[in-house]
Design a protein around this ligand. Structure first.
Ligand SMILES: Nc1ncnc2c1ncn2[C@@H]1O[C@H](COP(=O)(O)OP(=O)(O)OP(=O)(O)O)[C@@H](O)[C@H]1O
Length: 585
């Protein structure tokens, strides 16, 4: 239960709402209890009228008074119950909102390693389903507990006042009811968790088959996919039926126990009336209403217990993530200037999860405004260098120095603000092309967007789409070609006009002619900016001020295009190979 203490700060934040909610709950219960008392009153009046103790006029007046009280109390009680939900349940929605934001903020702070170690489904679950369960504790569980407590105290006082013996017999079956509901709720929860798992398996399956529909069709495996889907839905159906079976017990059990209590009231009450221990038959009617009023709240004790247990388990899962300290932390709060001088001094780096040493004793430097090209075989460590400049990981050995300051001593936000990064797999959001480009600079004007797109050689493609820059990409929109995606992604980086531009093999999907044009434009816009181009193509590297060739995490060659094509080695070999490919084309 101590896991739920995390929510105390939120309860404190909304204490005024909660307090008002509690007071309203208690007052609403008091009003609702007018009904049984006045029902008894009606019986008493009828008895008196039958015995001829009161006149017809008095009888009518007293009857009318009781009826008006019942109606009035029901209306006021109803209105107050509405406000009870409006206060307490609303607080649970506020807490749900705050908690989701707290988790999301934490997700944003956590480093890439965290994302590698946790599955997306799990991250999503904690922010949706787990928060949902916690909300059930913060709202309904608290509301029903106060409700039950208030009702119980007031009703029991009334009942004991009317007949202590009858009270004892009436409340006797209630704890049994509570225990049964608790057990049922637990079983329902267990089975519904399994049902949920099947539902998410089903949605993952369908989602994947929709996204991979072209592969499924190309391989002609529709029948096999249908069979797999059928077996998954069959299992899901079985689990749903097994859940429905337990749920079906819920109301019969309630009705049985309410019936038993009612019978006890009628039997014991009847005996007491015959023996003259209670003065009016109205007390039996009053007690029957009490029993019915108490049954649901008492049943909720079992239900609430199970909600609290589930919420505690969910909050535990949430706390596990909230407690994680981000590996990459910004320790500098003052602004640090970034000019773009980058130096690697004997940098070595090993990925924690795979234990692969991606970089071994790497040293190089680039001055602000220069262009560095990194060439090398796949897996040589090129992308890793770019990730380290953006401080997506912290290095194990050596120093990365930017502006004569160690990277760890720079304000991380300033550093990342000054980096324009184009990743290897261009990721575009399901949004308009304009917004995808503006992602790099929220306040960019239309002219800025168009200029960036022109420099990335994608403007002409965009204006050919029916909706131009408003064309929506992704699931609900059109799909761009690999090369178009890369170029939109380049436009996004250059619109920021950052001090450092990092291009990770992002021209691989464009033809050499377009590559040439983009590089020419980059040359223009990267004046005064540090540019690092990772590539497998000599054509992307040849104009760089400096080229380094990586192999297995080590620098094996270094120099300009002119020097490297005259030295035997990987670069010259690549150059000749690509040259012969171009001439043979
Ligand atoms: N996120 C990661 N977690 C663990 N290991 C990684 C990760 N990224 C890369 N590696 C490993 O580090 C090594 C260097 O990878 P890196 O992506 O830097 O190579 P690269 O030269 O950019 O390759 P490519 O040209 O294919 O993009 C590889 O052996 C790779 O398996």
């Amino acid at each position: 239960m101590k896991e739920l203490q995390h929510l105390n700060k939120y309860f404190l934040k909304y204490k005024a709402h909660l307090l008002i909610g509690m007071v309203i709950t208690v007052v609403a219960r008091i009003f609702l209890l007018f009904t049984p008392r006045y029902v008894k009153q009606i019986f008493v009046v009828v008895e008196k009228a039958l015995k001829g103790v009161i006149t017809e006029d008095v009888f009518k007046a007293e009857l009318l008074e009781a009826i008006l009280y019942i109606i009035g109390a029901a209306i006021i009680g109803g209105i107050l119950t509405f406000f009870m939900r409006q206060t307490i349940i609303n607080v649970s929605r506020y807490i749900e909102f705050d908690l989701k934001n707290e988790i999301y903020d934490q997700y944003q702070k956590l480093s890439l390693n965290f994302y590698k170690n946790n599955r997306t489904g799990d991250l999503m679950n904690r922010i949706t389903e787990d928060v949902g369960r916690v909300r059930m504790y913060a709202g309904p569980a608290i509301m029903y507990s106060i409700n039950t407590f208030a009702l119980f105290v007031v009703v029991i006082i009334y009942m004991i006042n009317a007949s202590p013996k009858l009270t004892l017999y009436t409340v006797l079956p209630l704890p049994i009811l509570s225990v049964i509901i608790y057990k049922l709720s637990k079983e329902i929860h267990k089975r519904s968790t399994i049902v949920q798992e099947y539902l998410s398996k089903l949605s993952t399956f369908t989602q994947e088959s929709f996204s991979g529909i072209s592969v499924i069709k190309a391989y002609g495996i529709e029948p096999q996919t249908s069979t797999n889907f059928k077996s998954l839905t069959f299992e899901s159906r079985e689990k749903q039926i097994s859940l429905a079976k337990v749920q079906a017990w819920f109301f019969p059990m309630m009705i049985l126990l309410i019936g038993t209590s009612n019978l006890l009231v009628i039997y014991i009450g009847g005996m007491q009336y015959i023996n003259g221990e209670i003065e009016s038959i109205g007390i039996i009617a009053e007690f029957i209403i009490y029993v019915n009023m108490l049954t649901w709240p008492v049943a909720t004790v079992g239900w609430v217990t199970s909600i609290v247990q589930q919420a505690a388990a969910s909050q535990k899962r949430i706390n596990e993530f909230l407690k994680i300290e981000p590996e990459i932390k910004n320790t500098v709060n003052t602004n640090t200037e970034i000019t773009g001088d980058i130096r690697f001094n004997n940098v070595s780096f090993t990925y924690d999860d795979t234990n692969i040493q991606a970089l071994k004793d790497i040293s190089f430097d680039i001055k602000s405004g220069e262009t560095l090209a990194i060439i090398g075989k796949t897996g040589a460590g090129k992308s890793t260098i770019l990730d380290l400049i953006g401080r997506l990981y912290d290095i194990n050995d050596g120093d990365i120095i930017i502006n004569d300051t160690k990277i760890k001593d720079l304000n991380l936000n300033n550093l990342r603000d000054h980096i324009g990064y184009v990743p290897q797999d261009a990721f575009l959001f399901s949004d308009s092309i304009r917004n995808n480009i503006k992602f790099g600079k929220e306040d960019a004007t239309e002219d800025d967007v168009i200029e960036a797109a022109k420099n990335a050689q994608v403007h002409k493609n965009i204006i050919k789409f029916n909706n131009g820059y408003d064309t929506v990409l992704g699931e609900r929109g059109i799909t761009l070609s690999g090369g178009q995606k890369q170029r939109v992604s380049i436009a996004r980086a250059i619109i920021k006009s950052p001090k450092i531009l990092l291009f990770d093999d992002c021209l691989s999907a464009v033809d050499t002619e377009t590559e040439e044009k983009i590089l020419k434009n980059l040359n223009k816009i990267s004046k005064g900016k540090t540019t690092i181009i990772v590539s497998h193509r000599v054509s992307s590297a040849k104009n760089a001020d400096k080229i380094i060739v990586l192999d297995d995490g080590k620098i094996v060659q270094e120099g300009t295009h002119e020097t490297l094509i005259n030295i035997d080695g990987y670069y010259k070999h690549l150059y000749l190979k690509q040259l012969s490919e171009t001439t043979s084309n």
